[in-house]
Design a protein around this ligand. Structure first.
Ligand code: ASP
Length: 350
């Protein structure tokens, strides 16, 4: 054997041994990534108490989802459990604490998608169902349809036994005052305070109150399936039955075991036009991009170029987790089997 051949044989054997010696990075059995909305969120604008409250809410959401997945629960069960809690938390623009339309109503949008079956369910403009995320799941599991809107969607919710509330249940002073401010900016009249709302009270303002605060989850379960879910009140002072990206499958919410699961938050009109969630998964599926690269390509390059703002959380069936946003902050958390939970708000955090 020539000297050069011998040398390369030795090198091949050596590198093989080195590979064997390097412990493979184990794929986590389960994982989840959560957002609580993206926007202009800067340290100087959050009081220590408000910041602590958001971090605690995100940590609790991660713990709730982790507990479901760690017990072998499905990605869909984890998503529903996490989002139901966040819909009850007035810090977020989903369920109670949702933003108001220009007419002074709370009109809620939500969606879920299951990556194994490609089944999906979504609702828009719901006003009486306490947990729009559970309604989206019921549309997927208990109807022949994918999307329902308005009074019909609420009627379906009642027919399958989901809790109905008076629309004033969703009222919060902070979001009402956010509406009053936004309508003044736009030169629009302020509607009468909704029937059933409590008398005016003190409230703690938060940054970028005008629109953001949507909640969403992408999850991977120990059976290897991914799913995604998103719930929102939309954008403050939205008009004429406006629907955002959250309930549009492929725009704000998407999941497929062939590629990835994504939940988005931000200026919905742009996310719809770019079919953001599906686009990220398509880059993973057809271009073989890593999840982080695909998310950055769509958010940092394409969304930014179009003038949209916001972000996504995402994960793949092989346990890659990613987030990407082009705003100064996004309330977010991620957790996976055997890994420490990460909770972050600002851009300069991990
Ligand atoms: N994407 C939501 C919408 O446009 C709003 C948000 O995420 O803040 O309805």
């Amino acid at each position: 054997m020539a000297r050069a051949q011998l040398k390369s044989l030795v090198m091949i054997v050596a590198s093989g041994l080195a590979l064997l010696a390097t412990p493979a990075l184990a794929e986590p059995k389960w994982a989840l990534v959560i957002h609580g909305g993206a926007g202009v969120i800067e340290r100087k604008d959050l009081t220590p108490e408000t910041e602590a409250a958001y971090r605690a809410a995100m940590a609790k959401a991660a713990a709730t989802g982790s507990a479901v997945l760690d017990k072998g629960g499905s990605a869909m069960d984890a998503i529903e459990a996490v989002i139901r809690d966040l819909e009850d938390d007035p810090l977020f623009n989903a369920g109670r604490g949702a933003v108001f339309t220009a007419e002074g109503r709370n009109e809620l949008d939500a969606a879920v998608m299951d990556g194994k079956s490609l089944m999906a369910g979504s609702v828009a403009g719901v006003t009486r169902t306490r947990h729009p995320i559970s309604l989206a799941r019921a549309v997927m599991e208990k109807s022949r349809h994918v999307m329902m809107i308005g009074a019909g969607a609420d009627a379906f919710a009642a027919s399958v036994g989901l809790e109905q509330v008076d629309p004033s249940y969703f009222f919060t002073e902070r979001r009402w005052q956010g509406l009053v401010k936004e309508l003044a900016n736009q030169g629009l009249p302020v509607p009468v305070r909704p029937a059933g709302a409590p008398p005016p009270q003190a409230f703690q303002p938060i940054p970028d109150d005008r629109k953001f605060g949507t909640v969403g989850v992408a999850a991977l379960d120990s059976a290897g399936n991914v799913a995604a879910g998103t719930s929102t009140g939309g954008m403050t002072a939205k008009r004429w039955g406006r629907v955002g990206d959250a309930p549009i499958i492929g725009a704000g919410t998407y999941a497929s075991n062939q590629s990835c699961a994504v939940s988005a938050t931000g200026s919905g009109e742009y996310f719809i036009r770019l079919t953001v969630a599906r686009e990220i998964c398509a880059l993973v599926q057809y271009k073989g991009m890593t999840l982080q690269r695909a998310a950055d390509e769509v958010i940092q390059a394409r969304l930014t170029a179009l003038g949209g703002d916001g972000g996504v959380v995402a994960l793949t069936p092989d346990g890659q987790m990613a987030w990407s946003f082009n705003t100064s902050g996004m309330y977010r958390a991620r957790a996976a089997e055997g890994q420490p939970t990460v909770v972050s708000i600002y851009k300069d955090e991990q």
